[in-house]
Design a protein around this ligand. Sequence first.
Ligand code: NAD
Length: 268
Amino acid sequence: MANRVAGKIAVVFGGGQTPGLTVGNGRATCLVLAREGAHVWVVDRDLASAQETADLIRQAGGAADALQVDQTQEKDVQGVIAKVHQAHGRIDIVHNNIGGSLALGDATADVLTEAAFDASFAVNLKSAWFAAKHALPFMLEQGHGSIVSISSVASIQAYPLLGYKTMKAALNAMTENMAAAHAKHGIRVNAILPGLMNTPMAIENRVAKGQRREDVVADRDRRIPLKGKQGTGWDVAHAALFLHSEEASFITGVTLVVDGGETIAHGH
Ligand SMILES: NC(=O)c1ccc[n+]([C@@H]2O[C@H](COP(=O)([O-])OP(=O)(O)OC[C@H]3O[C@@H](n4cnc5c(N)ncnc54)[C@H](O)[C@@H]3O)[C@@H](O)[C@H]2O)c1
């Protein structure tokens, strides 16, 4: 099937990916949106990685541009949104994929540093607000728009580290707030809560620290009720495609869990 988001203009923040053997959530989402007819602006702090995603899209016959942006910097975000609007006269889809925990120095409350708290706040929460803040005026003017942010089941589970859990939970609250505030203007705002996904972001840093790849994968697979296997970037991408498409035209303010049953099996 093609054309589920035909002709839509999409901006995907964090559309590159951590290098590794599998596909990341952001790259998979860019590829799926483009395959279904969207023009995708792949935006990432890592320009080479964004370009790699855009090249993959073009090789498959899709439309894409790549830009370097640090989403934690308001001026960068404002600049990219303005550029996309200038190019097309509208912005239909904003997708917020960036996020991080351990790599930002996340820890429990007793040892978390102020710098790591601030980094978690900037990457997991403020970045998505910047994108919404600067895209919403255009979306309000055009009378439609879809914003999806990638949260995490950590926001509703007993995740051990303070920054990630707290900021992702706040991202869910921000999603609900914006959905309610802008519903009457036809703007839909939703979040996806992935569980354990077999993506480079989740696997490679553990392998780099000396753990065997097979052990990391097997340990994560064991925790998933649905067929005993982690999800992939494609599972997040397909959920994102649905939420951004007209098929979800009556859906706003949801925090959609995509976790193979992990949350219902192991509790909140
Ligand atoms: N993989 C999992 O198991 C899992 C589980 C739950 C939630 N998530 C969420 O999924 C999202 C990431 O998934 P992914 O697989 O695409 O990760 P990824 O690390 O492969 O890709 C994220 C991209 O974001 C970019 N990025 C990071 N900081 C940025 C910034 N400040 N400005 C612009 N770009 C920036 C990186 O360069 C990278 O290309 C995160 O929000 C994460 O919290 C992942």
